[in-house]
Design a protein around this ligand. Structure first.
Ligand code: ADP
Ligand code: MG
Length: 568
């Protein structure tokens, strides 16, 4: 919690001012019932109209003063908690951006989202409520009790007892209710997630006739959400009526005990009026304290979740490595595991010279994308060395390393923006270069056919384009940065053979020095590569040129045979 609290420090003066103003308001509020008592017990029996007016006027002034102070302090509190939350959320966001892929996997994207939204909201609420009520409510309770004990200890004892009871009731009810609300929140998140999955996967679901299954899945989540909300609602339903009951019982007790004591001549009647005011004040403040505590317990839990990210150490530090290799791109005995259980890559070794092409062939799940991710140091190799530009990738600053690469990953998304922005991708690349990249990527023809050419807008995820058009735009994006190394991970899967061949030829023609890594299921896409790796379950089972592999690798030969019909 310390780190999050530290965000208040720059606003210390403002918080202190706000607290002082609140303190003043509470003092003013505490004096009001005393004046009331004075009117009833002194001025009215003496029929001193002037004194009544003066006291009444003073009461009105105090009430206005208190309201003014409270409004001012609340505004200051709102300002401070907004500022603190903004800075906190900003820092959390930028830390999230710098998390390594391994850390992202560990925290999971949806948990990061809820930390950025729900948890920062809870912290905001905590700061806000603590500043507003954290001083005022305890002040009113303590001050009220002290003053009433001075006035009339017997009645004050009744008040104290009822207030304690109220506090315990609220505390217990809400503590029981909070977990149910958390469960309801989670159930609600599931409903949203299913809706989102359905909205984005609508075509697949329709095509596979999975609608009734999806409807059932949604129905179950919807029902779970209803049940959780209902339980939470049932538990919390007791809270307000119980406190009202306690308030009213307390008022009755005050009047009853007070009346008996007035009757016995042990206290002036005006004190009953004062006590009724104090009692209401103390009771409301007690509720306030309970609410502040609840906010703190929720906020503290959220603060811990936020700190987990903020304090997460950088895990991809820059290594100092003098080691050098002649390879432009390569691996030397590289092994890697995502979860530390099984090896997703095992003992991979290869090396490429500048301008050469590496082909990677292998069934799904064999580690092709993982190999590409390691080349860019999205993950750190567990064993072995990854070379880029003749240096250990661990010794190259991240920005420099990433700018060497142009990549098309599987499942990469397009933005809901213009074609130009999708290719330039916030890099402010001149339009001519964007157009040139699009031409190389065989995307220029269809871009020109769009109503506004480069300025045409794409739907979310490029839904208004065909799969092959999307792939070519992504290739153009990768090419537009003029990378030294171009990685195409299954970027031909939606292209017809002729277009894929034209694309390969254009890349070789337009980007002469570029080192290429082509991951593909098609032998045709790889056959011109200088070196082809055949991957199976994370191991390189064969390595060589197309001709060599046809000779030496039965598996490669079989795949090539199978695809031959299509190649013709
Ligand atoms: P390919 O690209 O050849 O289809 P991948 O490189 O994507 O295969 O995956 C290789 C293996 O690593 C698979 O067993 C896959 O389940 C696992 N894997 C991939 N990404 C992750 C991840 N982020 N966390 C854990 N395991 C992963
Ligand atoms: Mg893959």
């Amino acid at each position: 919690m310390g780190t999050v609290l530290g965000y208040l420090r720059p606003h210390g003066v403002r918080v202190a001012c706000g607290v002082t103003v609140k303190f003043t308001a509470a003092l003013l509020e505490l004096v009001l019932p005393l004046l009331l008592e004075h009117i009833v017990d002194v001025s009215v029996p003496a029929r001193d109209l002037a004194a009544i007016w003066i006291c009444g006027g003073l009461m009105a002034a105090l009430a206005f003063g208190a309201a003014f102070c409270n409004i001012t302090a609340n505004r200051m509190a709102a300002w401070v908690s907004m500022e603190v939350t903004k800075t906190l959320r900003g820092d959390l966001y930028s830390r999230t951006q710098r998390l390594s892929c391994a850390q992202m996997d560990r925290f999971s994207a949806s948990s990061l989202v809820s930390r950025l939204t729900n948890d920062t909201y809870n912290v905001h609420q905590m700061f806000d409520k603590v500043q507003r009520g954290g001083i005022r409510a305890p002040m009113l309770v303590l001050g009220g009790l002290v003053l009433t004990f001075l006035l009339e200890p017997a009645l004050a004892a009744v008040q104290l007892a009822v207030s304690l009871l109220t506090f315990l009731t609220i505390w217990r009810v809400t503590r029981r209710g909070i977990p149910h609300y958390a469960a309801a929140q989670e159930a609600g998140d599931t409903v949203v997630r299913i809706i989102r999955e359905n909205a984005s996967g609508v075509r697949v679901i329709k095509a596979l006739a999975g609608q009734s299954r999806e409807r059932r899945r949604f129905g179950e989540a919807n029902e779970a959400s209803r049940r959780a909300e209902e339980t939470a609602g049932c538990v919390m339903a007791a809270a307000n009526p119980l406190t009202d009951l306690l308030l009213n019982t307390g008022l009755v007790l005050v009047v009853l005990v007070g009346a008996l004591r007035v009757d016995a001549g042990q206290m002036p009647p005006g004190q009953i009026v004062a006590f009724l005011s104090y009692f209401t004040l103390i009771q409301t403040a007690t509720l306030g304290i309970a609410k502040v505590f609840i906010r703190i317990s929720k906020g503290a839990a959220s603060a811990r979740r936020i700190e987990e990210i903020l304090l997460e150490p950088e895990d991809q530090l820059l290594r100092t490595s003098e080691a050098a290799s002649r390879a432009e791109l390569g691996m030397e005995g590289v092994s890697f595991s995502y979860l530390g259980v099984e090896r997703d890559l095992a003992d991979v070794t290869f090396s490429l010279k500048k301008g050469e092409t590496l082909g990677i062939l292998g069934p799904t799940g064999s580690g092709k994308s993982t190999l590409a991710a390691l080349l860019m140091r999205l993950y750190d190799a567990g064993e072995g060395v990854v070379w880029a530009g003749g240096r250990d990738v661990g010794s190259i600053p991240q920005a420099a390393l990433r700018s060497r690469f142009g990549v098309v990953f599987q499942n990469e998304a397009l933005l809901n923006d213009s074609v130009y922005e999708n290719i330039s991708f916030l890099r402010n690349i001149p339009r001519e270069e964007v157009a040139a990249a699009a031409k190389t990527a065989q995307a220029w023809d269809f871009i020109q056919a769009l109503p506004e050419g480069l300025d045409s807008r794409l739907d979310i995820r490029g839904a208004n384009l065909s799969g092959g058009q999307r792939q070519r735009l992504l290739v153009a994006r990768a090419l537009a940065g003029k990378p030294a190394v171009l990685v195409l991970d299954s970027a031909d899967s939606a292209l017809d053979y002729a277009t894929a061949a034209a694309l390969r030829a254009a890349v070789r023609r337009d980007c002469p020095g570029v080192t290429l890594v082509v991951i593909s299921e098609r032998v045709a896409s790889l056959r011109d590569a200088d070196r082809i790796l055949v991957l199976e379950e994370g191991r390189v089972t064969a390595q060589g040129t197309h001709g060599e592999l046809l000779e030496s690798c039965a598996r490669y030969r079989r795949i090539a045979e199978l695809q031959k019909g299509v190649l013709l």
